[in-house]
Design a protein around this ligand. Sequence first.
Ligand code: HEC
Ligand code: HEC
Ligand code: HEC
Ligand code: HEC
Length: 380
Amino acid sequence: MKLLAVLLVVAGTGIPATRRLLPGDPDHGRELFRSQNCVACHSFSGPGASVGPDLARLVARGFTPAQLASAMWNHAPRMWAAMKRHGVARPELSEQQAADLFAFFFAAHSFEKPGQPRQGEEVFQSKRCAECHGLDTALGSGITPVSGWAPLPDSVALTREMWNHPRSGFVFPRIASRQLTDLLSYLQSFQGQPTGPRAFSPGSAESGTTLLETKGCTGCHVDPKALESRSTRYGATDLAAVLWNHVPKLTGSTPPVSYQEMRDLIAYLSSAQFLEERGDMERGKTVFARKRCATCHENLSSGAPNLAAVSGKMTSFDMMAAVWKHGPGMWSRMQERRFAWPHFRDSEMADLTAYLHGVEFRQRSDLVRQRVRLAVDPRQ
Ligand code: HEC
Ligand code: HEC
Ligand code: HEC
Ligand code: HEC
């Protein structure tokens, strides 16, 4: 999936810069979390090792690549010390792997929050599902009552039913993501299923990409309606609601989507939200000066590489890869000079990488034209 060259877009004055990030795959990220030994020390919302913090705590809404990059950078020396103590080999992370881990953290955290069955009953009535679907008895010929429905493990399953649902004969109702989880809980309680939070399992963004073709999405979603580069931060349930609300836009017949395919599409849409990274180059320049990076990086005799080499290819994911690969060498030079390990706030990291990236410019308007915002925020 190395389809995206890094690209920098700046406004006329040349300051706020936008870069293109590699799309990450939550399935690969989950695997890396294990294979790269993160599990030896970290848990992710649930039981697991506790040498390092539970990483789910890190991922609140608004989680960004820059936030993960600054967390990794800030904690790196203590993490390396823990690795030494516990005899764990220091993993190396490529830019793609950093993207995959990010996608895993984001998807895993945002997956499903428990809904309220009582509110869900209200949704079932107000969205008029009850007019056609009885709970136990069929209200119309050939219409399955709820008791006959296939089990609904999560909101993706329910959205998938709506995507494949007959569309004629009624006004297709809109839904907010909160209502979606409430409705789900109601239906689950009726189906005798547990209604608590679910074990998460994001899909594969990579197969999601293929599905855009095979499910006919690209028939409508080409420039300027491409699905990439939307500046939203929706979790999986929000995206499920987006797709539910999308059904009335499907004119003509569309191929049915399976549960697995729906998960993969949502994994792709989730990852596509992060394809653009912004930062302010001017502020990044100040960060670079204030953190004394230039002491070594603009002084060849220090043995530090000239950071001109990273220009045109520096994003938060590159920075994560650099920290894992070059951090220990850098840290030992800093210790020789009695420098403290510098810490960053998230916004400083986004600005710093924008500054380091800082060369190839393209007119910002190119991207603005390509970007189509979500018409209605499903969280409302
Ligand atoms: C040998 C144990 C160990 C291993 C292996 C390890 N970590 Fe850590 N990690 C730690 C410790 C300890 C901390 C907390 C450091 C501190 O307090 O500053 C930490 C902190 C972090 C943080 C910052 C958390 C926060 O709350 O800001 C991130 C992100 C992180 N680790 C990611 C990873 C990833 C990704 C991997 C696998 C590639 C990994 N770690 C492997 C021990 C480990
Ligand atoms: C105008 C009538 C009508 C309304 C209103 C309606 N449905 Fe349906 N629904 C159908 C028909 C027809 C089918 C296809 C036949 C079948 O499988 O029951 C169907 C199928 C389904 C299925 C698949 C059942 C299976 O076989 O497992 C689900 C799930 C479903 N509807 C959910 C809903 C929900 C949720 C609502 C409210 C947002 C709703 N429906 C509103 C008529 C309706
Ligand atoms: C018949 C044309 C058509 C097809 C097919 C189609 N879409 Fe859309 N889609 C639209 C239109 C029209 C909009 C609203 C304009 C926009 O935001 O791009 C939209 C919007 C969206 C949005 C933004 C949500 C919103 O409500 O604004 C997402 C996400 C989306 N589509 C995903 C998909 C996916 C995934 C597929 C394939 C499984 C798909 N679309 C297939 C026409 C289509
Ligand atoms: C004490 C000297 C020193 C300071 C201060 C320093 N670095 Fe470094 N840096 C190094 C050395 C040495 C390396 C190469 C380490 C290696 O590869 O083992 C390096 C490597 C890097 C790399 C990897 C470059 C590549 O080729 O991928 C990045 C990115 C980087 N530093 C960023 C920074 C930033 C940002 C700051 C300021 C917060 C900073 N450095 C401060 C010495 C320093």
